[in-house]
Structures are given as structure tokens and as C-alpha cells.
Design a protein around this ligand. Sequence first.
Ligand SMILES: O=C(O)CCC(=O)C(=O)O
Length: 303
Amino acid sequence: MKPKLNQAVDSEVGADRRLGRPPPENRSKIQGLIDHTTEHGYVIIPSAFSSEEVEEAKAELRHLARELETGRFGPAPLKGRNTFEGLNTQRIYALANKSRVFDKFALHPDILALNDHFLDPGYLLNSFQSINIKSGEAPQTLHHDDGYVTVPRPHGPFGAAIMVALDPYTSTNGATVVVPGSHKWSADRIADRSEAVSVIAPSGSIVYFLSTLWHGGGENRSGKDRIALTVQYCQPWMRQLENQILAVDFEKLDEMPPRLVDMLGYKVGAPFIGHVDGNSPRAAVTRLLERHRNARKENDPKL
Ligand SMILES: O=C(O)CCC(=O)C(=O)O
């Protein structure tokens, strides 16, 4: 609940109007998802994406993985650089910059409605990557995504995340594991692996969980890849894990869904977080691009 002072300031500076969202269309379905998440810290939405959408995403990831081998994406690893990333796991970071195929996965209406409930208006895209846990990978260290936040637990969520299963999630292929109810624990309780349960779900399913929930990637002993997308969202007053303003090329912003551009950090938050000289970061980028274009024209008048 927002402190009363901020309610007054938000209303004075127009943040309420700028960041307000209409209530979701399917209120009773969303309420069910909210209630499950509030109680257990996570909720599964089975088959949220069609098999065509899943196949298109997997084909695009195969294409990106080939490009990764050329080194075009800089130091992004073909395999993790440590056991947390997963020494037998391929992560492709900054998906918002790499293809428009993935946008829909970050903008699923049920997930946005859940975020509207659990996070403050103007929440941000914290991280957007694919995670391919290959056969032979060990289970990931159990953790909660806001473990680096130095506020005593239990506390409200600093973010939320989804995993989208592009391969079916099974008990042996590295499916994400969750520790139900652990979002309510205090800091002195560390999750034990025996308390974790695998999320078993068909491909196209989403598991949504609060940043306070203990979870991790599972052990893969299936002989096959386990490919998933993950989107993390965070409170609008936090620094993002992936610096989305620099991760996504300025020239691509016009091609992106406006809601996703806002989530990168281009919309001024409440009451006026992230403004650039009193204006929006989007306006600042337009100015920079214009200056860049003019400089190129001066160097090459044919442009
Ligand atoms: O890959 C997964 O199932 C979970 C990954 C995860 O929790 C992480 O890398 O923070």
C-alpha cells in the first residue's frame, strides 16, 4: 500500500493518470491466479501459448544460437560461466534487442494483470533471456530472485518472474522447481532441496512466481534439452538486472510494442523517477538519434 504522502504527490504531478491501468477484462480468472500466488508464491497457467507460438520461438532461438557462435553478440556465453548460470546451460540474454518474436511472451495479458496486482504501477522489465538447460546439467542452487535486496524478510515482492516452458516441463528434464509457500519465510530459513517440487506442465505453459519465492532450475537427466524463456519484472524504483536502456538499440524502439518500450524504462515512473531534464527518456533518445543523424549528414551530405 502506497504511503498517503505519495498518493498526494502522485496525484499532484499526474503520475496516477500517466501510469494508471484499466482493470483486467477477466476479473474472476485473474482473481483466482492472484489468490493462488498470494497463498503459494507461484501459479501455473497451462498452455498459455499455442504450439505455433512455441515453435516459432524455438526456431528463432536456434537461429540466435547459431549467431552466438559467430561472436556477434559479444561475450554472451554459449555455456554458463559459473554453476549459477549453469556450466551445461545456454543463456541468451537481452532478448528484447534480438528479435520481435519474443515480445508477446513478455506481454501476456494474465501476467500483466498479475503484475498490476503485485507490483507498483510502472514496473520494469528486469531481465529477458532464454535458458536452455542441457542434459547432464546439475540442479541450480535454490534462491529467490530478490536475494540481493538488503531489506529484512519477510517483505512484499520486489519483482516477479515467469518461466515459459518451450519444451514440456517433466520431472527429469530440468523443469523449474519451486518451494511452495517459501515467499513468506524469514531470512533465517534456507530452502532445502527436499522441499522443492518440479513444475510439471505442457509446452507453452507459464509459471509465474514472486521474487520472494525460493526456486531454481532443475537437474536435467532426460537426454534432451529443456528450453524455456524467462522474463523478470521489477518494481519501478529499482535498478534493473539487465540495463535495458543500453541493451536495446535506440533505433529499434519504434518497432517495439509501446508497452514493452515503457517497461524498458522509457516511461517516467511515479512520482517522476527516471525523468531526463524534466522530460521523458524517450524524448531524450529521439533528440540523441536526431543529433546522430545530423552528424552523419554533415560528414556525408548524400545521406
Ligand atoms: O531455468 C530455470 O528453470 C530457473 C532459472 C533461474 O531461476 C535463474 O537463473 O535465476
